[in-house]
Design a protein around this ligand. Structure first.
Ligand code: B12
Ligand code: SF4
Ligand code: SF4
Length: 302
């Protein structure tokens, strides 16, 4: 239940109210804790931005990804079991980035074959928490009278593949993060934000009119050093599966590796676990781990 003050804030300054609310939830939720060491949080302070639900980018995604990738209007209408024509004139998308903590990044940096236990737990319990954020945001928006749907929590959410992009889902969290101006893609395929590439992200579609945060980059690869000046390539050396080359990221090799280590834990560290989750070695011990590396380079050059 929201306090009367909070309700008033949602009326007067909805964008700030949502951002404050997500930050408070990440800071205080007991679910944002490592199960083994409850005092350690899974994610740091989140980044929150907004996209226009009718941004023409979403129509481009129908071609860049697949016709099956939903626009925000489709995602909201399907989730509410309404016709698209019955939706309000303005649609917005709330996009958040949950930066992985320094402790977890450091632990994964030392690994060469399988992710650290903390990284693996961030993949598993962290995504459970990300789902809790999705659910929480939908509940709060509904309480203040808005329509809201978290596409990844909907029964219609699915992952599939096509010849053009290989594996994809019908709601890509990172393509919404791109639309909201959080950052860009990269050689390793990871999404580089101002808090770096080591994060998880999520989103909710709503009819609450929120000001789009805007984008400052020139294209979808602007934050990666390799695509800016041909340098870096640190992620290529980090990948134990040989899934990253100058031609980009092989999802097939990456997924095969994730499945292999998932079912056959290699490290002593996992002897009490039933499974290892994720990998993310390409997202730690690399220049884009904590920051947008192209900006650092530009500053250094004057
Ligand atoms: C399927 C899936 C996978 C697949 C395929 C990943 C992929 N690249 O699509 C596999 C199993 C390989 C995988 C692996 C991992 N995953 Co995964 N995965 C997903 C999932 C469920 C769907 C991804 C999706 O829909 N992709 C859509 C396709 C089209 O994306 P794409 O091919 O990368 O997009 C390219 C094109 O669009 C192209 N492009 C071409 N022209 C243009 C033009 C424009 C304008 C734009 C914007 C783009 C564009 O650029 C992109 C990059 O090359 C998402 C959750 C979600 N619903 O989003 C998580 C997600 C992508 N995974 C995530 C993570 C963290 C991982 C792992 C690190 C595992 C782990 N947790 O330890 C590895 C990392 C692999 C890597 N090197 O990136 C995070 C990514 C966060 C981040 N930091 O980038 C997500 C978003 C989950 C989350 N909720 O946070 N994953
Ligand atoms: S490690 Fe370097 S080349 Fe790889 S994604 Fe990061 S900035 Fe790009
Ligand atoms: S997640 Fe692991 S296997 Fe996949 S590209 Fe990154 S380092 Fe390679």
């Amino acid at each position: 239940m929201l306090s009367p003050e909070k309700r008033e804030q949602f009326q007067k300054e909805p964008a700030q109210a949502i951002e404050d609310d997500i930050r408070a939830f990440v800071r205080t939720s007991p679910l944002n804790r490592m199960p083994s060491t409850r005092e350690l949080v899974v994610f740091d302070e989140p980044l929150v931005r907004f996209a226009d639900g009718d941004d023409p980018l979403y129509d481009q995604y129908k071609t860049i990804i697949s016709a099956a990738h939903l626009t925000p209007r489709e995602a909201l209408a399907l989730g509410l079991d309404r016709a698209i024509e019955d939706l309000p004139a303005r649609i917005s998308v709330i996009s958040w980035v949950l930066p992985i903590t320094g402790e977890t990044r450091r632990s994964n940096r030392m690994e060469k074959e399988v992710p650290s236990r903390r990284w693996s737990h961030t993949r598993y319990y962290g995504e459970e928490f990300n789902d809790a954020v999705r659910k929480h945001v939908v509940e709060v928006l509904t309480e203040v009278g808005a329509l809201a749907v978290a596409p990844m929590l909907q029964p219609y959410f699915r992952t599939m593949s096509n010849e053009q992009v290989g594996l994809f889902s019908n709601w890509s969290e990172r393509h919404t993060a791109y639309a909201a101006g959080h950052g860009t893609f990269s050689l390793s395929d990871g999404f580089i934000t101002k808090r770096g590439i080591a994060h998880r992200c999520g989103s909710v579609v709503t009819d609450m009119p929120l000001p789009p945060s805007g984008r400052t980059y020139t294209d979808h690869l602007s934050n990666c050093l390799f695509y800016v000046d041909g340098s870096c390539k640190a992620c290529i050396a980090r990948c134990p599966a040989g899934a990253i080359t100058e031609q980009g990221h092989s999802k097939a090799k990456c997924m095969t590796y994730l499945r292999t280590i998932g079912y056959l834990p290699l490290s002593e560290e996992y002897k009490d676990e039933s499974s290892v989750y994720g990998c993310g070695l390409c997202q730690t011990n690399v220049p884009c781990e904590y920051r947008i590396p192209t900006k650092v380079e530009k500053m250094r050059k004057g």
